[in-house]
Design a protein around this ligand. Structure first.
Ligand code: NAP
Length: 270
């Protein structure tokens, strides 16, 4: 049991989740991080790691039970665990699309459902869902991932209205491309087709450059801390200057102009 506020960060073994866990410790949180294989993680000071696979109901329930038994509360849940997927829609099986949605969308839903009774009983709490700029804009050759993050956006905004009167807020953090192992951990299409091969080479180049020039995970971690501690939370927090610019453009640019820009950025004609 602890009197410190407790933050639970899913997928804290690497990348954005790891940086967020460290930043939350610095802000005075007792942090519970998760990994599918927690025994492989060297837990930094101020953190405790437990196993979690967000695609399994039993794993989600076991985790929340462990956190409550050990610490007695969950003040902040950061739904960060996620996977990428690269390939044309025709090149990825339905099973691959299901897997992306199971981890990125149903994982967020499972975790939210498991912590909400705890947060309501406490009289408050905050759920921070790590979305993406790709929750706001399209990206060819990443349609499954884009669909998952658009779903997280709509889910979060709707849930926030349901639980606000119970003292719980649901907010979104929207990073731009961030330099992590996300790209190399991404699922590769299981049915590659020659017709898409030349375009996929270009896509790989574009994505590789974007990831190389991406924000540091600490940029997103800082935004997650702001979302966790803001006395008057906003629904959306873009992480870093680039994410802010794209989000604004998405809202104000005429649709035709925006469509043209997406094609230009992806080196597609017409
Ligand atoms: N990097 C970017 O450019 C970028 C941009 C926008 C948004 N995001 C989002 O940021 C989040 C973190 O990504 P990242 O860039 O930090 O990538 P990452 O380094 O690959 O981290 C992903 C994390 O998710 C965990 N994970 C994967 N599958 C899981 C599952 N089934 N159950 C539980 N945990 C699972 C991994 O933990 P274990 O392998 O230890 O289980 C890992 O810690 C994701 O939601 C991603 O969509 C990333």
């Amino acid at each position: 049991m602890t009197t410190q506020p407790v933050a639970l960060v899913t997928g804290a073994s690497s990348g954005i989740g790891k940086a967020a866990a460290l930043a939350l410790v610095d802000r005075g949180f007792r942090v519970v991080g998760t990994s599918r294989i927690a025994s492989r993680v060297t837990a930094p000071a101020g953190t405790t790691f437990f196993d979690l696979d967000v695609s399994r109901d039993d794993s989600v329930h076991a985790l929340v039970g462990q956190v409550i038994t050990r610490f007695g509360r969950i003040d902040v849940l950061v739904n960060n665990a996620g996977i990428g997927a690269a390939g044309a829609v025709e090149e990825m099986s339905v099973e691959q699309h299901q897997r992306v949605l199971d981890v990125n969308v149903l994982g967020v839903i499972r975790m939210s459902k498991a912590v909400l009774p705890v947060m309501r009983a406490q009289g408050g709490g905050r759920i921070i869902n790590v979305s993406s700029l790709l929750g706001l804009v399209p990206q060819p050759f990443m349609a499954a991932y884009v669909a998952s993050k658009h779903a997280v956006e709509g889910f979060s905004e709707s849930l926030d209205h349901e639980v606000r009167e119970h003292g719980v807020r649901v907010v979104l953090v929207e990073p731009a491309y961030t330099s992590t192992a996300f790209d190399s951990n991404a699922m590769v299409a299981d049915h590659p087709q020659p017709v898409y091969a030349p375009r996929r080479v270009v896509f790989d180049e574009v994505l590789g450059e974007a990831m190389k020039d991406g924000d540091a995970p600490t940029v997103v971690a800082k935004t997650i801390v702001a979302a966790a501690t803001d006395p008057k939370p906003r629904l959306r927090y873009t992480a870093g200057a680039r994410a802010g610019r794209v989000s604004t453009l998405r809202r104000i640019a005429p649709a035709r102009l925006f469509d043209g820009q997406i094609r230009k950025l992806n080196r597609m004609a017409g």
